[in-house]
Write a protein that binds this ligand. Sequence first.
Ligand code: ASP
Length: 304
Amino acid sequence: MRLIELPPPTTTWSLLLHGGAGGRVEELAVAGDGPYADGLRAAWRAGAAVLSAGGSALDAVGASVEVLEDDPLFNAGRGAALTAAGTAELDACVMSGDGRAGAVAASRHARHPVAAARRVRDEGRAVLLVDPPVGAVERWGLERVDGSWFVTPARQQQLARVTRRELEPARHGTVGAVAVDASGHVAAATSTGGMVGQSEGRVGDSPIVGAGTYARDGVVAVSCTGEGEAFLQGLVAADIAARVRYLGADLATAVRDTVAAELAPRGASGGLVAVRPDGSGVVAHSSPAMYAAYADGGRLVTLT
Ligand code: ASP
């Protein structure tokens, strides 16, 4: 596993993003990693603008993830991985460190699934909504799109090749962000189309609190990516938080131990970004590669 430890930043806030574990999806063939790095930088800057203006970690992670949802190279929002039926069913979750979370699964109508998850959290009547209806998206004042908005020709070709068994179904490319704001509150957000060729109705770890996404003030915020079934059954994000909270483990040790205990025995790989309330963080992946963006010594770094 590759693990990058980031010291507390020079700013009063901190923001780390990922654009999925697994590395470049070759079949989406773009010229090198440059466009991925550009997308990650744009997303990081959107969140950083919120935080540097004194905004909340919760608003920042949402702002960053929305940018990646609009970028067709990443497996979230437009350009998400398609189900076996060729449709996009989108999962997203947000959680703030005060313990309030909102999530959507198999979302089809909101342009930004992460914004729908945020509305679920803010309303407080539910934590997870499956396939929120058009009426809910309109009531929330969110931009509504037709299902075809999410479907790109590149993803259709990818699905066709997976169906013909020319390609392994890729499980990677989810996006996520974690942040701590100037008040020391943490938040996490994750958004995905799931796995290429997944059954309709399959829900991965991303929208499940404690599996793919978790935040607790005073402890940590975590956003995961990778083989969702393992993250779900290993409750990976919550397990990392529990090691920090109850064992007093440092973040890097907690991440290593959770990966060793919950992912490796399941033969699964993936990655995550995590941040502590002091702004220190970890970028880790057991997959061959991972997309990420973070600041190191005041410099914006992208990992591709
Ligand atoms: N974890 C996601 C899922 O299983 C996939 C990913 O990270 O790309 O739905």
